[in-house]
Design a protein around this ligand. Sequence first.
Ligand code: GLY
Length: 356
Amino acid sequence: MKTWDVVIIGGGVIGLSLAWRLRRDGASVLIVEKSEPAREATHAAGGMIAHCDPHNPPALASLIAASARMYPEFVRELREASFESPDLRNAGTLAFFEQDESPGCDAARAITDDDLTRLEPFVSLRGRSFFLPESSVDPRKLASALEKTLRQSGVDFVTGSPVNEVAVLGGRTAGVRTAKSFYAGDAVVNCAGAWASMIRPLGVPTRPVKGQMVCVVPPPGPHRPGPLIQHVIRTPEVYIIPRSDGRIVLGATVEEAGFDKRVDPDTVQRLHQAAANVAPAIGEMRIHEVWAGLRPGSPDDLPILGPTALPGYFAATGHYRDGILLAPITAHVMAQLLTVRKPDFDLAAFSPLRFR
Ligand code: GLY
């Protein structure tokens, strides 16, 4: 029977990124995915590398800063390996803040109304605004490039197979069990996002936090190439993420609604209107796609990273609103842990054992 060095439960951006780093370190890796890779929170994500967002949890500051720094090289390597582009955009973010808010990074700078007109002629909203040196990626393209790279480099995939439990033999993990099969592994990592809490033995307490999203495209007819706006734009009501092919993604709600992924037409309308209030031309754009995703929340809104109480069983999940942003650093530190190196960061605050 084949045995892998590491079995990863869940083929979202965290599982895929971790598999990539482990494979580079020489480990044999199997990803067991309940449906198809990257069809859940990764597919739904906006893709902002929002390291200057004042709402980022302070406990995550150093991991967030490190991950944002890693992104250019992470994407460069991925493009080289996959010949696919995750649409990394570096134009930056224009953020409108409430009076009592300040940007979450030193490199932010306040901008005037004239700056706004020059930077984004289609944006008519005015207010206390800042330029933030942030980037964005298209998470669907990022995941596609990761999956292609992994398949080329010999990472194995089992899809359409929810893991029910982590198997235990002699007091340590021996692999994973699905309804039909057993997959043997020396180590197992739970990267199952909002579904992580369903896998026995319990103890990775994520929950789904719904986000509804909208994608708009230019109306039919001749239009300028590329997106109408160049920067990511954030206001307290909406965020607006341009893609290089002209699509614009609008987000997002934050809802405690269980595993409900229905989309509500009024909410779609509200998001579209909020974006039109920022840039009236977005109101003229056609709704191309609407969807909802389930972010993996945790009891304290911080990721769950590191060894569990069961030897050989690890967690790397619970990234809540920051899964795309934190994928490179999560893969880096978890690969260090799994190959018995000291992680570059103190992960004590994110230990799965903190919930006991
Ligand atoms: N990271 C954006 C969101 O969670 O809506």
